[in-house]
Design a protein around this ligand. Structure first.
Ligand SMILES: [Zn+2]
Ligand SMILES: [Zn+2]
Length: 762
């Protein structure tokens, strides 16, 4: 007899592996007990609902775009008295954008955070939501109120109701939905309350992007479709969006509003933790992507929207008694209008959610960039670079709108794009930064001249930064460290004045001693102006009389494209793709980046083996710069091509394989670890089986709860019944049937305790 055997069984509730089914009636549901943890709920949800699928995410996005297109077409075709239907259709469709944006914020759109950021920014722009600012606000929301044990189920948080604002008093009665607009205006366009410097600059940047978008988008819209077009295609649907967001987030707090308030008054610490689910018409649920299928917030945000319905259903199966479920009725809606003054000073975001933080979130290294006032910020901008980087795209767009492209100019633009681009990749990068091969004089001259045509600075300057980038990768001494964000490493670093003291030292004695390099460095401005703008114009002008096309397409547009292509080596190549050789740093291998960057996309390989003239190690990988160097070596212009030995490369690959297998192992749910299971005496086991009729079996000293599995047992119900209440180890391992590996694995998931004669203390 164990020393703790006096404890009555009731107080030691060995969990059931799957809980009973739902009883949905119109009574107030039970409040979720505080002892139940998020982990317990998570275990009742199928694993696959947490899996993100790029295909599904992008399909969902495409469908949203399609619906927006249909709505526009609808408004375009029908008489004006039917416009409101079009607005509603479009309002519901753009809610889909918001849902996708929300997925991006919680990183459930894609597993790739870059994709999440880009898509999130783009889909939220037309709705005028600054993505980063919204994301940070959600994050801080979490930090303030997230406790592992505390559930946030209802949309309204009673604690956060003290932010009074004059505007909020407007949001009453039938205008309750203005609350969402006020919230949008007040919450996401200010960085004052952000304490983290990095957050501040990110939020600020995203706010600036929204402003820039607004200043370009709306004038263009009014120019092309007029004020009525603006009202029909943007403003009215935007109001509908806020109406829907407000309704959907407030409605769940209506059915038991009084009860929740009274409970809060009676005991401030005790929250009513249950879920109100409102079912809407199916077509509506389809357009708004099932966001009404709510789960406890911490869990909901870890699930992509297309799995919400499935997850909700699994949740309902196990925790049905804590759900109130009803269909949308006008009565509820009327109540909402009558109650709206109660909500007017609430803060809420359209998807008022607090993400689940089961593990410590991984903190990015703290920003070392000093915080600046706007004045200091403006002072720190490198206006020459800024003007060039912002001005050239504007000139290119103007050219595209006013000058038509002839096929000769197109071909010339394409060729010159590659000539200048490879001047950077084969010249600046592989030849001079890394000394990956040697080049004869004519080739060196051509690479320096065409490289300057990309207008990315002199070779000497470029190599100096690039060598520092390799040497101090991902640290603050890295001039374009990927840890400061995608846009910083893309061209943000160019737009700001460089602090030479900050950038790590890199030896360029070899370049300083090279008269060719020094000649290009000293005459850089002249060469760049000529090769960047004048030369391509002259070729098209004298060649086939297309002076304007030569300037706008072969000159400016080509320049913009080449610049952004090569910038991607610093940005995209550190974000997108996988890490087959080493994952300690940010560089990645990706075919997409390779196509966009003349083959520099196998950047993981490149950072591992920088002096290898190849970026693409494998024969099927796309690396035109490598091919060019191969051809040049064949004709004798390039020689002494350096490669790392296969043996060294294989070592890195193998180590990464081993790491991936270990990670995969971690990611699979194998059941509760044996050492974490509570222990149970044989007597307790017998009591549970006989008195509580639990369907328990012992196999290898593990107590298994097989109740919900019995009917699915491949060997049939009767065999499993034979084992109930017994030690069935022998039956399991061969006496009746020698179970497979898969069966043994499955077994672990049903374990609720281990059998022991002596009880553990606690
Ligand atoms: Zn790099
Ligand atoms: Zn490099």
């Amino acid at each position: 007899m164990g020393k703790g055997s006096g404890v009555p069984l009731k107080e030691k509730p060995y969990p059931k592996v799957v809980y009973g089914s739902i009883k949905s009636n119109r009574k107030q549901p039970k409040s979720l007990p505080n002892e139940i943890t998020i982990d317990q709920i998570l275990q009742t949800l199928p694993k696959e609902v947490f899996e993100t699928s790029n295909f599904r995410s992008f399909t969902s996005l495409l469908i949203t775009i399609l619906f927006i297109g249909l709505s526009i077409t609808f408004i375009n075709l029908v008489p004006s008295y039917l416009y409101p239907i079009g607005w509603m259709l479009m309002g519901a469709s753009v809610t889909g954008l918001m849902v996708i944006g929300n997925d991006c914020i919680h990183k459930t759109f894609s597993n790739n955070s870059l994709v999440n950021s880009i898509i999130g920014t783009i889909v939220m722009l037309p709705l005028l939501y600054p993505f980063q600012s919204y994301k940070i606000s959600e994050k801080n929301n979490t930090a303030n109120k997230n406790k592992m044990e505390q559930f946030e189920i209802n949309a309204i948080d009673n604690k956060s109701s003290n932010q009074d604002s004059y505007f909020r008093t407007w949001a009453t009665g039938k205008f309750f939905w203005i609350l969402s607009i006020i919230n949008w205006a007040e919450k996401y366009f200010s960085v004052k309350n952000l304490s983290d410097k990095q957050d501040k600059s990110k939020a600020f940047a995203s706010i600036v992007i929204v402003y820039i978008f607004g200043f370009i988008f709306f004038p263009m819209m009014i120019k092309f479709v007029g004020v009525s077009g603006f009202l029909n295609y943007w403003f009215a649907p935007w109001l509908i969006l806020h109406f829907l967001l407000s309704t959907a987030s407030l409605l769940p707090s209506i059915p038991f509003y009084e009860e929740i308030q009274q409970a809060a008054i009676a005991d401030k610490n005790k929250k009513q933790n249950y879920l109100v689910h409102i079912t809407y018409p199916q077509w509506f649920e389809f357009i708004v992507k099932d966001i009404n299928f709510s789960l406890p917030r911490q869990i909901a945000v870890t699930i992509p929207h297309y799995n919400l319905r499935k997850a909700y259903q699994a949740f309902k199966k196990s925790w049905g008694e804590y759900i109130y479920e009803c269909t949308f009725e006008m009565e509820l809606f009327k109540e909402l209008i009558n109650r709206s003054q109660d909500f007017s000073n609430q803060i809420f975001s359209p998807f008022d959610v607090a993400p689940l933080v089961p593990k410590q979130p991984v903190d990015a290294p703290a920003s070392t960039r000093p915080s600046r006032t706007v004045k200091e910020f403006l002072k720190a901008i490198n206006w020459l670079h800024f003007g060039l980087l912002i001005g050239t795209p504007i000139i290119a767009i103007y050219g595209m709108l006013t000058v038509s492209l002839t096929w000769k100019t197109f071909v010339w633009t394409f060729i010159y794009y590659h000539m200048t681009g490879m001047g950077i990749t084969a010249g600046y990068h592989r030849l001079w930064s890394h000394r990956a091969y040697s080049a004869k004089a004519p080739l060196r001259a051509a690479l320096l001249i065409f490289g300057a045509g990309a207008v990315e600075g002199s070779c000497r300057w470029w190599c100096r930064d690039h060598r520092a980038h390799h040497r101090y990768i991902d640290t603050e001494k890295d001039p374009y460290s990927a840890h400061y964000g995608f846009w910083w490493s893309h061209f943000g670093w160019l737009m700001m004045k460089q602090d030479p003291k900050k950038i790590g030292r890199a030896n360029i004695d070899d370049l300083n001693a090279d008269p060719w390099i020094m000649w290009q460095h000293k005459n850089y401005l002249k060469i760049a102006t000529f090769m960047g703008f004048i030369f391509p114009t002259l070729v098209a002008g004298f060649g086939w009389g297309d002076w304007a096309g030569g300037y706008f397409y072969s000159g400016v547009l080509r320049l913009v494209t080449v610049q952004h292509s090569t910038f991607m080596v610093n940005s995209l190549a550190h974000y997108l793709g996988d890490t087959p050789y080493d994952d300690n740093h940010t560089p990645k291998d990706s075919f997409v980046t390779a196509v966009l960057t003349f083959g520099e996309g196998y950047h993981n390989f490149h950072h591992e083996f920088p002096s290898d003239y190849r970026n693409a190690y494998k024969i099927y990988q796309y690396d035109p710069t490598k091919w060019l160097i191969n051809i040049l070596s064949y004709v004798g212009l390039a020689y002494n091509l350096k490669t790392f030995s296969d043996n060294e490369i294989q070592k890195g690959m193998l180590q990464m394989h081993e790491k991936h297998i270990a990670q995969k192992r971690e990611s699979i749910y194998w059941g509760i670890k044996k050492e974490d299971l509570p222990s149970m005496t044989m007597e307790e086991f017998d009591q549970l089986v006989t008195k509580q009729n639990r369907k328990l079996i012992i196999i290898n000293d593990n107590v298994l709860d097989v109740e919900t599995f019995m009917n699915d047992h491949p060997g049939g119900l009767s065999y499993i019944n034979m084992g109930i209440g017994k030690d069935a180890t022998k039956m399991f391992t061969g006496e009746v049937y020698g179970h497979s590996n898969a069966a043994k694995n499955l077994l672990c998931q049903f374990s609720i305790a281990t059998i022991s004669n002596e009880k553990k203390d606690n």
